[in-house]
Design a protein around this ligand. Structure first.
Ligand code: Q0N
Length: 287
């Protein structure tokens, strides 16, 4: 008998349900988006890879900051979470200059109020990682906001704490991943408050959907980097002359298989756990 659940939200590729007053169920689907469009073809096990990776990072960062994870379900794609009061901004950390950070830098020389050295190139590593929060847009792209605005929204003390924790999380995970051949160019977290006002990490963490993963052995500043996970999909889409507006194209079997293999490879490299072992018992990600 399935439990009664109320759907409380959805992202492009994940769903959130209410379990009771204190707990939510976060379910990661196998859907994939590219150029901000969800494609009609799924990548088998993608949701399990992302859920397992996120659980792995939650287990390893709990000393830095508590997180919302209560339990991993046997399906490997669903997590029971503590219900939080989410902060009204996205916590973004950038270690490399790409995406909207690169765009803002080229236009203004700064990103979210961080004035950067002159002459940085596309995808270049920053002298230090920077905290670059953004607003949560209902639809469309999140908008970068400067630190003054973010401090107004959160209050200075909470802002300082959120920035410090975000940078600590990024430094920890990016160093760990780099040793395993994956550069985490940037990443996005969602933080919330528990009923005692303690800051808690929610959502997913350090997955390829919430971060840009780049293959370290192909890294070269001065050009756009290949994506560790989505490059086959992007390359295939580019061959079609698709205008990148919905609906997106179906993916052929070889692109699906190659992409699934990249997700599994990211999981295995970062966690050191065989993906089959994760499927047999998801709790190995927490050990
Ligand atoms: C929550 N979102 C953001 C997942 C992400 N632990 C929590 N408590 C209360 N609210 C949320 C969480 C979490 N995580 C986070 N929305 C609500 C966007 N969602 C979209 C659906 O997938």
């Amino acid at each position: 008998m399935p439990e009664a659940v109320t759907h409380v939200g959805s992202g492009k590729v994940r769903e959130l349900y209410e379990l009771d007053d204190d707990r939510l169920l976060l379910v990661a689907s196998d859907r994939i988006s590219t150029f901000d469009v969800v494609l009609p073809t799924e990548i088998p096990d993608k949701g399990r890879v992302l859920t397992g990776l996120s659980a792995f990072w939650f287990a390893r960062t709990r000393e830095l900051v508590p997180n919302h994870l209560l339990a991993l379900r046997d399906d490997g794609r669903s997590t029971e979470c503590r219900r939080l009061e989410m902060l009204p901004l996205e916590c973004v950390v950038r270690g490399y200059l790409t995406g909207s950070g690169w765009k803002d830098y080229r236009a203004t020389g700064a990103v979210c109020g961080h004035v950067l050295p002159e002459g940085l190139r596309d995808s270049e590593q920053l002298p230090e990682p920077i905290f670059t929060p953004s607003t949560k847009a209902q639809e469309g792209h999140d908008e970068n906001i400067d630190r003054e605005r973010a401090a107004e929204v959160l209050g200075q003390e909470r802002f300082d704490q959120v920035e410090r924790i975000s940078l600590e999380l990024y430094r920890f995970a990016s160093a760990y991943a780099a040793e395993r051949g994956i550069l985490i160019a940037d990443t996005k977290f969602e933080l919330g408050l528990d009923p005692d006002g303690i800051l808690v990490l929610g959502d997913e963490a350090f997955t390829p959907d919430s971060s840009r993963f780049w293959p370290a052995d192909e890294y070269e500043a001065g050009r756009a980097q290949p994506s560790f996970d989505k490059q086959f999909v992007r390359d295939y889409c580019e061959t079609l002359g698709w205008d990148k507006t919905p609906p997106g194209p179906e993916l052929p079997a070889d692109v699906v298989a190659g992409t699934r293999a990249r997700y599994v490879e990211a999981f295995e490299r970062l966690t050191g756990i065989g993906f089959e072992a994760y499927l047999a018992d998801p709790d190995v990600a927490l050990a």
